[in-house]
Design a protein around this ligand. Structure first.
Ligand code: EPU
Length: 429
């Protein structure tokens, strides 16, 4: 077992380069399977979820190799399997993207249903409805989705506008790219990760319009060629460092970012009294004061992102006044609040809202990360807290944050990783 150990209370100072996006890169890795030649993706983050997806591609017979730091070549010429292994799908929901790509490329996909996860129930019914609308025969047997179609046919697909789905929009777009005729996806999600996937597909020869709007129009083509594409910066990693500056009363310059992807986060921090400046590809966040309470409600893009809600919760826990944080996307995304309470936070969760009464300081404690974003939030809490915090569940943080501890240390964080042997004896690494 690994622990992250932090002695908190130091303002973070300096500059940090933001990595390629996890949720942007995973769809690209599946999308590259649609092309008949080699694709090259730059700015691929070195994180556990990417490693899992590469294992998935390997299991399907797709050749991948790094040809430079963060530069990945993908060649699906020898795709030999259309059955995704359960042990990989269960690790990571993003791997379900191979369903749309396999179905479009080969007319067949057998992909285990990913099931729920700790942040809430996460069905894939919208994905399956989309595949069916495109003419696939889909059945579920022993927890596996089996989809088959001689050739998918373009059609009009209405996604539920009350519950927009990033994953379903991407999976249906992947499937529709090689279909016969035109597919129109209504109530499509508009996240930057969807825009980047559409841009990649267009570079490969796909015909997609309406990109970035809630109506995507995909005119099916016979085949795609490989292309070269740079993965977008990770807006969740960027947001995490922005909140890290705010909660430690520090000053951070973030480089290689897209501030236009972070508008609601910039607004939330400015409303809390934090100074935020930005240019085309940088953001500067600084404050010396205790933040003011700010209410947020999560919403699909361009609304406030659910993945940063736990970070906002940490800021609210330390703010002057009471904040209401509402979660509208996932039904169990307040797990981290119990851990924050153990550090002295005053939080009451009522249904889908957390009422957070700010306290002047948190104190270090042993805490456990239960998902990627809860893990990042606990690191922020540990950085801000008085005393020592030990975070277990670090494997979640490794899924989504590239070298998180190594990036924080040069900014003045007193943070290290330790491997703890099963009997509890600590050995420092
Ligand atoms: N939903 C359904 N049926 C479906 C699909 C979704 O009911 O078929 C519901 C979900 O249960 C949820 C809502 O629709 O309540 C939105 O889910 P969505 O499909 O948009 O989420 P996702 O595609 O499974 C991605 C990210 C998540 C991020 C959400 C929301 C990836 C790999 N994952 O998940 O990222 O929170 O969009 O923005 O892109 C993370 O990175 O830590 C993470 C959880």
């Amino acid at each position: 077992m690994d622990l992250i150990v932090i002695t908190g209370g130091r303002p973070l100072q300096g500059s940090v380069t933001i990595s390629g996006s996890k949720n942007g890169t995973l769809p690209l890795l599946a999308a590259a399977m649609l092309a008949e030649g080699e694709s090259v993706i730059e700015n691929v983050p070195d994180i556990e979820d990417v490693r899992t997806m590469l294992q998935m591609l390997d299991a399907l017979g797709v050749r991948t190799r790094f040809i430079g730091p963060g530069v990945l070549a993908i060649d699906a010429a020898n795709l030999r399997s259309t059955e995704a292994p359960y042990q990989l799908v269960r690790k990571m929901r993003g791997s379900f993207y191979v369903a749309g790509a396999l179905l479009a490329r080969t007319g067949h996909a057998e992909v285990p249903l990913p099931g729920g996860c700790v942040i809430g129930s996460r069905p894939v019914d919208f994905h399956i409805q989309g595949f069916k609308a495109l003419g696939a025969e889909v059945s579920e047997e022993a927890g596996v989705m089996k989809a088959r179609a001689r050739r998918l046919r373009g059609t009009r697909i209405y996604l539920d506008p009350r519950l927009r789905s990033v994953g379903a929009t991407i999976n249906i777009m992947l499937a529709a790219t090689l279909a016969d005729g035109t597919t129109i996806i209504e109530s499509a999600s508009r996240e930057p990760e969807i825009v980047s996937c559409a841009e990649f597909l267009r570079e490969c020869g796909a015909q997609i319009t309406g990109v970035g709007s809630s109506t995507l129009v995909i005119r099916g083509v016979d085949k795609l060629r490989g292309c070269r594409y740079r993965s977008i910066p990770d807006r969740m990693e960027a947001g995490t460092f922005m909140y890290a500056a705010a909660v430690t009363k520090g000053s951070l310059l973030l480089e290689s970012v897209r501030p236009d992807h972070l508008t609601p986060v910039v607004d939330a921090l400015r409303s809390a009294g934090v100074t935020v400046g930005y240019g085309d590809d940088w953001l500067k966040v600084e404050t010396r004061e205790r933040p003011e309470a700010v209410d947020v409600m999560t919403a699909p893009y361009p609304g406030y992102p659910t993945d940063l809600q736990p970070n906002h919760g940490v800021m609210a826990a330390l703010a002057r006044g009471t904040s209401i944080v509402e979660e509208t996307i996932f039904d169990a995304r307040f797990n981290y609040t119990d851990e924050l309470a153990r550090m002295g936070a005053n939080i009451k969760v009522v249904g889908r809202a957390a009422i957070i009464k700010g306290v002047p300081e948190l104190s270090g404690a042993p805490v456990e990360a239960t998902d990627i974003r809860a893990g990042a939030a606990l690191v922020l809490a540990g950085l801000a807290a008085r005393g020592s915090t030990e975070i277990s569940g670090t494997e979640f943080i490794d899924r989504g944050y590239e070298r998180f501890v190594d990036k924080l240390r040069p900014l003045g964080a007193q943070i290290s990783r330790s491997a703890v042997e099963s009997r509890g004896a600590a050995c420092w690494v």
